[in-house]
Design a binder for this molecule. Structure first.
Ligand code: C2O
Ligand code: CU
Ligand code: CU
Length: 460
């Protein structure tokens, strides 16, 4: 705590070297280390000050994904941290307990900067989550798990080069990194554990499950706890999305499990009915497969006493009748951008659009009035895109007119919109008005975002 009562965090963005594959070394970006960054942990009501120093030798930004903060503190493409400079945003935590994250947001460079290793968890606590009998010991039974796929050459090189294919499908890799290690092993006692899953990949969508097909319980979405735990044996997570799950290992003394991604919901079906129905041609090896993400070795019986509560929190449902405006966002493909065209050298490589337009730093697309509740209709005329909004957490009203599944009935900031799907979400834009600073909305496939599949709104 400093004199102003703020919790102070120092984040040093720096270059590093890390050995992902034995006997090799990879050039990376990291925060206070060689790859990824420290977990920021704050409680509702805390005031925080960040000192973000850029030692990378090139400009970047740091955005607090999922955090409800003033636009000037949001870390979007306008809040550039030049090489050698320190950015000092400060804000108060005003939202319920949730698993958020932070990552760069420099326009045109977000994909590359995240890919090289700039990202970290941002965990919010509150009285509600503190009072529940959930696993709470960080790193022991309450474990952050960021999943990222990476291409690493046999000599350790991690190349980020975008050509037509990567621009369209997003940049994907054949190695699955969990918290920066290639398919690692989690050692745990036989007890209830909580995994805070973050899909921190640039583009890959996962469909998680466990090797024995067991039931696990989702307890939280992007923006906080669900009302009640949702039993499931598959969990789909698109880039940018988070889910907290409880895994009951009390009967698993000396057992062995694998967290896997199952093939049935990956790219080919995500491409179905889209303009690019050649899903098979566009997919990489892993899209067609079930693959291992993390191994779990369970030892002796544990005694954390954690259990599965039947009730988690109560959620204030936003009512459609209170919405004063409906806006429509059409996710589409730009005109004249044939697949054969090479635009890796070009500055105009816009393939994906929102409402027919590509991102423009100098154009405000939407103006929202402070305190208003709005319905945003996201209509997809292209391949599957995870649509993300800054500033607010929203609620999903429906998908093609049908209510969302139980696992999506909670606070969200990112929603996967399937080909030919229309998703309606509702949000209230409270607390922060600023005509001079914009918030972003965009596709969270980072190559699409960098390509211009992004817009900006101000709250006034
Ligand atoms: Cu996770 Cu606008 O970003
Ligand atoms: Cu964000
Ligand atoms: Cu996209």
């Amino acid at each position: 705590l400093n004199d102003a009562g703020q919790k102070v965090f120092e984040l040093n963005l720096q270059r590093g070297q890390k050995s992902f594959l034995p006997g090799t070394s990879t050039e990376t970006f990291g925060i206070n280390g060689d790859y990824l960054g420290p977990t920021i942990r704050l409680s509702k009501g805390d005031k925080a000050l960040f000192k973000v120093t850029n030692h990378l030798g090139e400009r970047t930004t740091i955005h607090w994904h999922g955090a409800h903060v003033p636009a000037a503190m949001d870390g979007g493409p306008h809040q550039v941290i030049e090489a050698g400079e320190t950015w000092q945003p400060s804000f108060e935590i005003m939202q319920p307990a949730a698993t958020l994250w932070y990552h760069p947001h420099l326009h045109g460079k977000t994909g590359e900067h995240v890919y090289k290793g700039l990202a970290g968890f941002f965990i919010v606590d509150d009285e509600v989550s503190d009072s529940l009998p959930l696993p709470k010991t960080y790193g022991v039974d309450d474990i952050p798990i960021v999943i990222q796929d990476r291409n690493i050459d046999p000599d350790g090189t991690m190349n980020y080069t975008i050509n037509n294919m990567e621009n369209m499908m997003g940049f994907r890799g054949a190695y699955i990194l969990v918290n920066g290690a290639v398919t690692p092993t989690l050692e745990t006692k036989a007890q209830m554990i909580r995994l805070r899953l973050l899909n921190g990949s640039n583009a890959r969508i996962y469909n998680f499950g466990f090797s024995d097909n067991r039931t696990f319980y989702q307890i939280a979405t992007d923006g906080g706890l669900l009302q009640t735990p949702v039993p499931m044996n598959r969990l789909r997570l698109a880039p940018g999305e988070r889910a907290e799950i409880l895994l009951d290992l009390r009967q698993d003394i000396n057992n062995y499990l694998i967290l896997k991604s199952y093939s049935e919901e990956t790219t080919p079906s995500l491409m179905r009915d889209s303009m690019m129905s050649r899903g098979r041609m566009m997919s990489d090896d892993l899209d067609m497969q079930t693959f291992d993400v993390m191994y779990i070795r369970i030892g002796e019986i544990g005694d954390n006493g954690a259990s599965l509560p039947s009730q988690l929190t109560s959620i204030d449902w936003l009512q459609s009748a209170t919405a004063v405006r409906t806006r429509t966002f059409v996710l589409g493909m730009g005109m004249g951008m044939g697949m054969g065209r090479r635009f890796s050298q070009s500055t105009e490589r816009h393939m994906f659009t929102i409402n027919g337009q590509s991102f423009d730093m100098n154009r405000i697309d939407e103006t929202v009035r402070l305190g208003d509740t709005e319905i945003w209709v996201i209509r997809n005329q292209s391949m599957a895109h995870p649509f993300h909004m800054h500033d607010v957490q929203f609620q999903i009203l429906d998908r093609n007119g049908a209510p969302p599944s139980a696992s999506e009935k909670g606070w969200k900031d990112t929603v996967l919109v399937m080909p030919n799907e229309t998703v309606r979400v509702i949000a209230r834009f409270d607390d922060f008005a600023d005509p001079d600073h914009a918030y972003m909305y965009h596709c969270h496939i980072l190559e699409h975002e960098d390509d211009g599949m992004m817009g900006q709104f101000i709250v006034v």
